[in-house]
Design a protein around this ligand. Sequence first.
Ligand SMILES: Nc1ncnc2c1ncn2[C@@H]1O[C@H](COP(=O)(O)OP(=O)(O)OP(=O)(O)O)[C@@H](O)[C@H]1O
Ligand SMILES: [Mg+2]
Length: 349
Amino acid sequence: MNADLTGHESEIELTNPRVEGDVELAFEGALRPQSLAEFVGQEKVRGQLQLLLTAAAMQKRTPDHILLAGPPGLGKTTLAMIVAHEDNRPLRMSSGPAIQHAGDLAAVLSSLMPGEVLFIDEIHRMARSAEEMLYLAMEDFRIDIMVGKGAGATSVPLELAPFTLVGATTRAGLLPNPLRDRFGFTAHLEFYAEHELEQVLTRAAPLLGLDIERRALAEIAGRSRGTPRIANRLLRRVRDYALVHGGRADLAAVHAALELYDVDAIGLDRLDREVMNIILTRFGGGPVGLNTLAVSVGEEAETVEAVVEPFLVRIGFLTRTPRGRVATAAAWRHFGLDHPQVGLTLDDL
Ligand SMILES: Nc1ncnc2c1ncn2[C@@H]1O[C@H](COP(=O)(O)OP(=O)(O)OP(=O)(O)O)[C@@H](O)[C@H]1O
Ligand SMILES: [Mg+2]
């Protein structure tokens, strides 16, 4: 029962869905699809976006504001760039943490060009005062600027060029309703199916100058935690392996490389395993409250909720109940642990 499911340090980088440093950023730039047609999967969202962009183009107006919601590495930034690129619109990139005062936002908004796409990443982390300024800007393309201080302060309206706001968030639930309501459309990105990740990899391999077996790609896809960013990252490690060992990038190379990096058969990362470990071994399978869980693994509750849990729920290892998180029978089985109620059959209930 005392299994250590956490594995080794090297795992942290490889299967962590969040982006890791400059080298990775450079690769992401090179591998990013440039158009909706090139964008793999997310069928529904692609259709919805296509319609929204086409209608706006037909009426020669700026497209409605778009909110992109979903776990890290599924393509939010990529889609924001595509929205600009599809229509040849200029793109301005900013992020919630960079907007700590209304003035920061005013500076960005007042310098937008007509039709520009403004991307605000992690929009749920923007300052409250800026949020209120954004309501008016989104609705009326106007902001009120405060001039002077104290009793003599007056607000001066400032007209803005029409723009399209594309917001991205891993925590749609944290956005205040007035902000959420002002987006014309919210795209909920889902984890990718294995065959979709295979397509992502098939596209990425030649861009990395890699000649790789189809079966090898399928194997990588199955261990990528439903996330294109991780798929691309594992592909680079397999490329390294083939390069160093002077062999082909085949199934054997995938097995060897991923074993070297401790990527398990279904691609769980260190934190995934630590969370499951705590629920299974310390709390007897749950229910465990989110905050207790976060403290136990030494992470922020936000990270556990937005990064770790969605995938564990998706693969059926975890359920969220009003009393807390509960491990499923499939989770007990996967980690080779005895379910406390094992031996109990339907007849006993
Ligand atoms: N549908 C897709 N087709 C092909 N490649 C994709 C797709 N989605 C994402 N990618 C690849 O995955 C990488 C990560 O995507 P992206 O940066 O858009 O994720 P994100 O949702 O913005 O993540 P974060 O929440 O961490 O900002 C990109 O470099 C891109 O190459
Ligand atoms: Mg991003």
